[in-house]
Design a protein around this ligand. Structure first.
Ligand code: NAD
Length: 489
């Protein structure tokens, strides 16, 4: 694939890129105030039109999106189409199809004590929103939340990741092509820019990134009592029980682990495999790596399908994780080859893992897969529960009882049985974490709700009604009514 020589002005945006002045972010925020007020009354069709123009732009600029991702970290065309473009087009299609019913006020039943009233839940736009996104799926994770914001009727300022300048530049161009800055705007920059934006009293902040930065975001949001959605990360365990189809599991685990070179928030972080099938699983994992990334035995480093590590800083981080584990006694079962100047990191399988190793605690976020074993399911469940609650938990098992036990006894944002990672693409499921792995949910209806205030509305009749009986002066009758309310309702 050719490197990107095409869009010169984009290069110039990046060459001249500077931290935006605080004044300009303030005035940008101010400029969205009137729009946010006008958009409160925007019709279904107006919201659909705003979302549909993103779909047209994406379709017309698919080539540019692929090139930006290739330039940022040599992400293959197929993976870009699947993990950056398809999630956006399908999210748009799903939103357009369902927005009418999402926007419709939802009537709620009337309790006996409230007889004579009517009530409904009205999803109103929260208003001015901020979207801060990470580098690992830089297009998908900036534009996905924007679709939810627009569906809910909100304005947005997007702060994309500074680590993927080509994609962030393209996002800025897209937004400038499609929206007035008083509607949707992109502010480029690093943590400092983020922090300047966080001083503003946004009505909602949607952050995707690491748990460490998530804590900072929540702390800043608290100063304005802005609501937050925090889509964070962590260590997603993958449990492989003795009844699992080993070949099938190995192939799916390798795919889920190595898509985007392991730089995926929901990638299997480590395996917990039943001791009785550990050796067979290891063999099948090696075969799966070979089949998926080196079918012609030319060396995995020549694979066009394995994305590179995003930058030198992350390469060094992964290098340190691996060296630390090896120094502390981990066994290298497969891989380990590294070519720093190409940021190539070979898929690497490790066994003999101990808690003294850094990779037993840190989110790996790369192509290193530690393999731990267990003999008793309770022991495996205790291990999972000894760590912060994960974003995703994967179970490979054909034993219903075992699967149910893991579901009941562990907590995680999502669970996938007999596969991994796929749930991200399922628009009917809430996507997100729990505590350390995230707060709030996204995708489809759940994304729409994240940017909406669910306003409860009660409509009372004129004149006499049940509540009239409760007004002062409080006499015996009032007390009797209240007593029966407490007793019966
Ligand atoms: P990060 O937290 O370092 O950065 C995310 C964003 O926050 C960037 O735009 C960055 O500029 C900004 N930022 C960084 N430091 C900041 C600070 N001190 N104050 C304010 N803003 C700051 O995350 P990353 O390295 O870009 O992405 C990797 C992390 O994101 C992993 O932990 C991964 O699991 C997680 N992630 C989660 C999801 C999800 O949907 N739950 C998806 C992708 C990635």
């Amino acid at each position: 694939m050719a490197y990107w020589h095409g869009i010169d002005y984009l290069e110039s945006i990046m060459m001249e890129w500077k931290q935006p002045a605080i004044d300009s972010t303030h005035s940008l925020f101010e400029s969205q105030k009137t729009t946010a007020q006008q958009w409160r009354r925007s019709s279904l069709q107006e919201r659909i039109d705003r979302i549909a123009k993103i779909r047209s732009w994406v379709k017309q600029n698919q080539k540019e999106i692929r090139l930006a991702l290739w330039n940022d970290f040599q992400k293959s065309e197929v993976e870009t189409d699947l993990s950056e473009i398809y999630p956006i087009t399908t999210e748009i299609n799903h939103t357009i199809k369902n927005l009418k019913s999402w926007m419709k006020p939802k009537a709620v039943p009337t309790p006996l004590a409230m007889m004579g009233t009517k009530a409904f839940v009205h999803a109103e736009p929260k208003g001015r929103t901020l979207i801060i996104s990470p580098w690992n799926y830089p297009f998908n994770l900036a534009i996905g939340p924007l679709i939810s914001a627009l569906a809910a009727g909100c304005t947005a300022i997007i702060k994309p990741s500074e680590m993927t300048p080509h994609t962030s530049g393209l996002i800025e161009k897209m937004i400038l092509d499609l929206f007035e800055t008083s509607e949707v705007a992109v502010v480029q920059g690093d943590a400092k820019t983020s922090q300047e934006l966080l001083e503003l009293p946004f009505d909602h902040i949607f952050f995707t990134g690491s748990p460490q930065v998530g804590k900072i975001i929540m702390g800043e949001a608290a100063k304005n009592l802005s609501s937050v959605t925090l889509e964070l990360g962590g260590k997603s365990p993958t449990l492989i029980g003795p009844s699992a189809d080993i070949k099938d599991a190995a192939s799916k685990i390798i795919y889920g682990k190595l898509i985007n070179c392991g730089q995926t928030c929901v990638a299997p972080d480590y395996l917990l495999v039943h001791e009785s099938i550990k050796d067979r699983l290891l063999d099948e994992l090696k075969i799966a790596i070979q089949q998926q990334f080196d079918p012609d035995y030319k060396g995995i480093e020549n694979s066009k399908d394995l994305t590179k590590v995003v930058n030198d800083k992350h390469f060094r981080r992964l290098d340190n994780l691996l060296e630390n584990a090896l120094n502390l006694g981990a066994k290298l079962e497969f891989g380990g080859k590294r070519i720093p100047n190409h940021r190539f990191f070979e898929p690497t399988l490790l066994s003999l893992i101990t808690e003294s190793m850094d990779l037993a605690h840190e989110e790996i976020f790369g192509p290193i897969l530690p393999i731990l074993s267990y003999t008793d399911l309770d022991q495996a469940i205790d291990y999972i529960n000894s760590k912060p609650k994960p974003l995703a938990l994967y179970i490979f098992s054909q034993d219903k009882e075992e699967t149910n036990l893991v579901l009941e006894e562990t907590s995680s944002g999502n669970v996938v049985i007999n596969d991994c990672v796929l749930h991200f693409m399922h628009q009917e499921l809430p996507f997100g974490g729990v505590n350390t792995s995230g707060i709030g949910k996204s995708h489809g209806y759940y994304g729409f709700l994240a940017f909406s205030n669910e306003k409860g509305v009660l409509k009372q009749r004129i004149g006499f009604n049940n509540a009239s009986l409760l007004r002062p002066p409080y006499g015996t009758k009032t007390k009797q009514i209240i007593n029966s309310l407490i007793k019966w309702f």
